[in-house]
Design a protein around this ligand. Structure first.
Ligand SMILES: [Cu+2]
Length: 133
Protein backbone atom coordinates (compact mmCIF):
# COMPACT_ATOMS: atom_id res chain seq x y z
CA UNK A 1 0.00 0.00 0.00
CA UNK A 2 2.76 2.38 0.97
CA UNK A 3 4.76 1.47 -2.13
CA UNK A 4 1.82 2.08 -4.41
CA UNK A 5 1.21 5.45 -2.82
CA UNK A 6 4.85 6.40 -3.21
CA UNK A 7 4.78 5.34 -6.82
CA UNK A 8 1.63 7.33 -7.45
CA UNK A 9 3.20 10.32 -5.79
CA UNK A 10 6.28 10.00 -7.97
CA UNK A 11 4.15 9.73 -11.08
CA UNK A 12 2.26 12.80 -10.01
CA UNK A 13 5.49 14.73 -9.47
CA UNK A 14 6.76 13.56 -12.84
CA UNK A 15 3.66 14.69 -14.67
CA UNK A 16 3.70 18.05 -12.91
CA UNK A 17 7.34 18.48 -13.94
CA UNK A 18 6.47 17.53 -17.51
CA UNK A 19 3.66 20.07 -17.57
CA UNK A 20 5.93 22.77 -16.20
CA UNK A 21 8.52 22.01 -18.84
CA UNK A 22 5.94 22.30 -21.60
CA UNK A 23 4.49 25.45 -20.06
CA UNK A 24 7.94 27.01 -19.74
CA UNK A 25 8.88 26.40 -23.37
CA UNK A 26 6.98 29.30 -24.96
CA UNK A 27 8.54 31.66 -22.43
CA UNK A 28 12.02 30.40 -23.20
CA UNK A 29 11.37 30.51 -26.94
CA UNK A 30 10.09 34.07 -26.81
CA UNK A 31 13.03 35.24 -24.74
CA UNK A 32 14.09 37.58 -27.50
CA UNK A 33 14.93 41.12 -26.45
CA UNK A 34 14.37 42.30 -30.00
CA UNK A 35 10.80 41.23 -30.77
CA UNK A 36 10.24 44.03 -33.25
CA UNK A 37 12.32 42.66 -36.09
CA UNK A 38 10.71 39.27 -35.95
CA UNK A 39 13.61 38.01 -33.89
CA UNK A 40 16.04 35.33 -34.94
CA UNK A 41 15.32 35.81 -38.63
CA UNK A 42 11.66 34.94 -38.21
CA UNK A 43 8.94 36.15 -40.57
CA UNK A 44 8.30 39.88 -40.75
CA UNK A 45 5.69 40.77 -38.14
CA UNK A 46 4.70 44.15 -39.56
CA UNK A 47 6.91 46.15 -37.23
CA UNK A 48 10.13 47.92 -38.07
CA UNK A 49 12.44 49.30 -35.44
CA UNK A 50 13.76 52.80 -35.84
CA UNK A 51 17.22 52.56 -34.33
CA UNK A 52 20.33 54.72 -34.11
CA UNK A 53 20.56 55.53 -37.79
CA UNK A 54 19.14 52.39 -39.30
CA UNK A 55 15.85 50.64 -39.79
CA UNK A 56 15.50 47.04 -38.69
CA UNK A 57 14.71 45.18 -40.82
CA UNK A 58 15.78 47.54 -43.61
CA UNK A 59 13.80 45.62 -46.21
CA UNK A 60 10.41 44.17 -45.49
CA UNK A 61 7.98 42.32 -47.73
CA UNK A 62 4.27 42.54 -47.07
CA UNK A 63 1.01 41.99 -48.93
CA UNK A 64 -1.32 44.58 -50.39
CA UNK A 65 -3.50 46.02 -47.65
CA UNK A 66 -1.01 45.25 -44.89
CA UNK A 67 0.13 47.91 -42.47
CA UNK A 68 3.63 48.60 -41.26
CA UNK A 69 4.37 50.12 -37.90
CA UNK A 70 7.69 51.79 -37.21
CA UNK A 71 8.66 51.78 -33.55
CA UNK A 72 11.29 54.17 -32.27
CA UNK A 73 13.70 52.26 -30.08
CA UNK A 74 14.64 53.82 -26.77
CA UNK A 75 17.63 56.14 -27.01
CA UNK A 76 17.82 55.86 -30.78
CA UNK A 77 17.70 59.63 -31.31
CA UNK A 78 15.49 61.72 -33.58
CA UNK A 79 14.41 60.31 -36.93
CA UNK A 80 11.67 60.47 -39.51
CA UNK A 81 10.10 57.81 -41.69
CA UNK A 82 9.68 59.44 -45.09
CA UNK A 83 8.58 57.75 -48.29
CA UNK A 84 10.74 58.34 -51.34
CA UNK A 85 14.42 58.98 -51.81
CA UNK A 86 16.52 61.71 -50.24
CA UNK A 87 17.05 64.52 -50.01
CA UNK A 88 13.61 65.94 -50.68
CA UNK A 89 10.93 63.84 -52.34
CA UNK A 90 8.24 66.10 -53.86
CA UNK A 91 5.17 64.49 -52.29
CA UNK A 92 5.95 61.62 -49.98
CA UNK A 93 3.21 59.06 -49.61
CA UNK A 94 3.97 59.06 -45.89
CA UNK A 95 6.16 61.36 -43.87
CA UNK A 96 6.30 61.01 -40.10
CA UNK A 97 7.14 63.91 -37.84
CA UNK A 98 10.70 63.97 -36.61
CA UNK A 99 10.61 62.23 -33.27
CA UNK A 100 12.61 60.09 -30.90
CA UNK A 101 9.95 57.84 -29.40
CA UNK A 102 6.58 56.35 -30.17
CA UNK A 103 5.35 54.80 -33.37
CA UNK A 104 4.26 55.65 -36.90
CA UNK A 105 2.08 53.50 -39.09
CA UNK A 106 1.13 53.32 -42.73
CA UNK A 107 -1.12 50.97 -44.66
CA UNK A 108 0.05 49.94 -48.13
CA UNK A 109 -2.96 49.44 -50.38
CA UNK A 110 -1.15 49.25 -53.71
CA UNK A 111 1.47 46.70 -54.69
CA UNK A 112 4.88 48.07 -55.51
CA UNK A 113 8.30 48.87 -54.09
CA UNK A 114 8.44 51.76 -51.69
CA UNK A 115 11.80 53.21 -50.72
CA UNK A 116 11.87 55.37 -47.61
CA UNK A 117 14.46 57.16 -45.54
CA UNK A 118 15.04 59.37 -42.52
CA UNK A 119 15.11 63.12 -43.21
CA UNK A 120 17.73 63.61 -40.51
CA UNK A 121 20.20 61.03 -41.81
CA UNK A 122 19.38 60.84 -45.50
CA UNK A 123 20.51 57.98 -47.70
CA UNK A 124 22.58 56.55 -44.83
CA UNK A 125 19.34 55.66 -43.07
CA UNK A 126 16.96 54.16 -45.55
CA UNK A 127 14.76 51.17 -46.11
CA UNK A 128 12.42 49.52 -48.56
CA UNK A 129 8.92 48.12 -48.27
CA UNK A 130 8.02 45.60 -50.93
CA UNK A 131 4.26 45.23 -51.28
CA UNK A 132 3.15 42.12 -53.09
CA UNK A 133 -0.22 41.96 -54.87
CU1 LIG B 1 17.59 59.09 -38.74
Amino acid sequence: MFRLTTRQALLRVASVLALCTVAALPIACSDDDDPVDGGNGGPFDGTIEVRANFFSPATATISEGDSVTWVWAGGAGAHTVTEGTPPNPPSPLFDSPQKSSGTFGYRFNVAGTYPYFCRVHGAAMSGTIIVQP
